[in-house]
Design a protein around this ligand. Sequence first.
Ligand code: GLN
Length: 497
Amino acid sequence: MNLHELTAHEVRNRVARREVSAEEVARAFLERRDAVEERLQAFITPLDAEAVLSQARAVDEALARGESAGLLCGVPVAVKDNICTAGLRTTCASRLLADWVPPYDATVVRRLRRAGAVIVGKTNMDEFAMGSSTENSAFFPTRNPWDPRRVPGGSSGGSAAAVAAGAAALALGSDTGGSIRQPAALCGVVGLKPTYGRVSRYGLVAFASSLDQIGPLARDVTDAALALAVIAGRDPLDATSAPEPPGDYLAALERGVRGLRIGAPREMFEAEGVDPAVRDLTVAALETLAELGAAVEECRLPTATAGLDAYYIVAPAEASSNLARYDGVRYGLRVPGADIVEMFERTRGRGFGPEVRRRIMLGTFALSAGYYDAYYRRAQQVRARIRREFEEAFERFDLLASPTSPTVAFPLGERTADPLAMYASDICTVTANLAGIPAISLPCGFEGGLPAGLQLMAPPFQEERLLAAAAAYERATGWHRRRPPLGLIASAGEGGA
Ligand code: GLN
């Protein structure tokens, strides 16, 4: 077996036992990354070999000195390009930040380094995390490792593709309305959005601050638990990070699903656009969970699908405020003008791509006098109702389940001309962000050679329960062990849509 095929926990254990050096692991992943990158374009900034190897050597030297092995020692990790890395440009896939180099590490990056992770690069994404296909990147689209004519999902598409293809053992993404879970589903990997506040957002470039959360994209549930164990916890630098102590995520993996009550909200299975094949795979996954001892039952979440409408008011509203800081004065691009107003206009006009401009306009409109009550306030009311419906559902159920994405990976270009079609990809994922609850996506089968994802949702801070059920499902099915066909990636040529 090639080292790049190992999961993060396998890498970690071998490196910790000194069976293989972190440097050997890094070389194997670098080789793999460079072999697949031309086809996939998962990285905006792949670190050069020396920058990767020197991190790995530092891990080996620390182990040689007798220092204890961190939870991610020697694990090659890819980081979404909206998460700040000191001295390494962080572009948010935007022309506005194309040359911006942060002076500090995000808290999650600091924690990764402390745990012995080896960062291999910054991954492609939709500009400022706005999108569901990674086609809104200002630089280039990323391709799906299962079929290079299709999207990897978004906005953390580069992270998902990198993990699926073995260019990294693990990756970080961010999830505002589904951006970890949906690309995980479309690339056949595990994606976990923690409870709002479970992971520090310090150093995550803000999109919608009340919804954003960082989490892992991983090859299996154990790796997702490992990553969460490293990044979770209170951070004095993020006032919204939660004081609750993190759970024992690794121990939770052994708990199983026996006796857990799982609700299947009918609205999420019957929502417009849910592909019958994806629905069938999700239903089959629920049957498997029932065989494993869970009590599965249909339930109602009447406002769930209105979540999409509320999300596309709340998220742009917050974005319009957060993105006001990109004015040509403080960060990144500056396009000079005759006076300061013209400078603002030119900088923002040229710096932001069309989807980001659309969101700023939508958000500004929704917040403006005379429209605030009609749009923003109503959206907040829907959000409050969704929270209540989840609270009520979680009185009866330990977990809720649904498809992650209504469809498998779609062809590049299919939805770029129709923003509403693109937004529809988020129908099953945005509610977890609006409610602030944790949710995981895991591979649950294939349709036409493309992976589909099962989404499990839990009450706030019940990541252990999510991981327990997900691990039991994964052990029983083994979908996560499938890898994208090597031939598709290795052979050049037939990439164009
Ligand atoms: N697709 C959603 C959007 O475009 C969610 C993005 C995200 O989670 N960052 O806003």
